[in-house]
Design a binder for this molecule. Structure first.
Ligand SMILES: Nc1ncnc2c1ncn2[C@@H]1O[C@H](COP(=O)(O)OP(=O)(O)OP(=O)(O)O)[C@@H](O)[C@H]1O
Ligand SMILES: [Mg+2]
Length: 321
């Protein structure tokens, strides 16, 4: 079995999977409530909370898998990208567990982790495919030709798609994290009520800052009461513009690469409108879209493990290169 640990942002997560990708347990403890009063994740608070939670969450994952460390053959942990203080808590915990048990340690890239959410049972996906990774921190188009590696086709020039959801939600007076809130409220709204733009940028890149500004102006022009009254329409139209932008690029990436398989992973892959708009596209399982450790353990299957005890100097990295 592989024990996975994930602490890159505001979820403390641990999971136990088998070598062939069956998830035995996946525990996610979200700190969202702790951060919502600040309108976003406060790094120092996140790190301290990870410290409180990491040991109980690992224990709970082992318990609910009906396993003990005796059955674990390697420990996988998110090395980056993310909040460096938060990452270091997971990396330190993973080192301690692996070292105490003389196990190998597998440092995992968080973004490869999101992609590897597609490789778990009961319905694992085989490359090649085009992968859209849409999360709170990233918007990437990837060509995945084999498990464990990918080629970058496009990225966002400004905000990530999840960030656009969160900032839009804030303008509409919704709680952090706002993506799921917009998704919920938009169900009662008219997606064509407001003609929000899709940015035109060259190649396969994305841009969401103009859309965010368009929403800001719409809210300002409507005023407080009218914004409140038309909130569902604003949310639906804003969401529709993000979905249009993503769907368009997926099509273009599929044509440009000639790959016919297409998949979407990351927190925004949970969006119901995006899922409905792309019926032929493969989506990560709903419970594995936002951060979790099952995907980290999954990705560890395609990364070379660091043998005991050579990993004590391992460091976290905050951003992707
Ligand atoms: N139903 C939904 N519709 C739209 N966005 C959503 C939905 N559910 C979650 N999100 C968004 O997903 C993001 C969180 O995803 P995830 O946990 O993958 O990101 P992250 O780990 O913070 O960033 P990264 O993976 O880039 O480091 C948030 O921006 C959140 O608003
Ligand atoms: Mg993530």
């Amino acid at each position: 079995m592989i024990l996975g640990i994930e602490t890159s942002c505001d979820e403390t997560a641990a999971a136990v999977i088998t070598d062939d990708g069956h998830v035995l347990a996946s525990v996610v403890s979200s700190q969202a409530d702790l951060h919502s009063r600040y309108g976003g994740v406060v790094p120092e608070i996140a790190s301290r909370r990870h410290l409180d939670l990491v040991a109980p969450v690992v224990r709970e994952a082992l318990d609910s898998a009906g396993a003990s460390l005796d059955g674990v053959s390697k420990v996988a942990v998110t090395q980056g990208p993310g909040l460096v203080g938060a990452l270091l808590v997971g990396v330190s915990a993973a080192k301690a567990i692996a070292w105490a048990r003389q196990l190998p340690l597998v440092p995992v890239d968080h973004l490869e982790g999101h992609v590897a959410s597609l490789y778990l049972e009961p319905d694992p996906l085989e490359p090649p495919f085009v992968c859209l990774l849409v999360s709170g921190g990233h918007t990437l188009l990837l060509a995945v030709r084999e498990r464990g590696s990918s080629e970058r086709l496009g990225t966002t020039l400004d905000d990530a798609a999840g960030e656009a959801f969160d900032k839009g939600a804030r303008l509409l007076g919704l709680r952090y994290p706002g993506g799921a809130e917009i998704d919920r409220i938009a169900q009662d709204g008219d997606p064509s009520a407001f003609p929000f733009p899709v940015a035109r940028v060259p190649g396969l890149d994305f841009s969401f800052s103009g859309l965010k500004t368009a929403l800001l102006y719409a809210v300002r022009d409507l005023g407080v009461e009218e914004t409140e009254r038309r909130r569902a329409d604003l949310a639906a139209s804003y969401q529709a513009a993000i979905v249009r932008a993503l769907a368009r690029r997926i099509d273009e990436a599929a044509s440009a690469t000639g790959l016919d398989g297409v998949a979407v992973v990351g927190g925004v892959a949970a969006n119901s409108n995006l899922r409905a708009a792309l019926p032929d596209v493969r989506f990560a399982p709903l419970d594995l879209c936002t951060d979790n450790a099952a995907m980290i353990a999954s990705a560890a299957r395609y990364v070379e493990a660091l043998p005991y005890p050579g990993y004590l100097g391992l460091d976290a990295y905050p951003s992707f290169s």
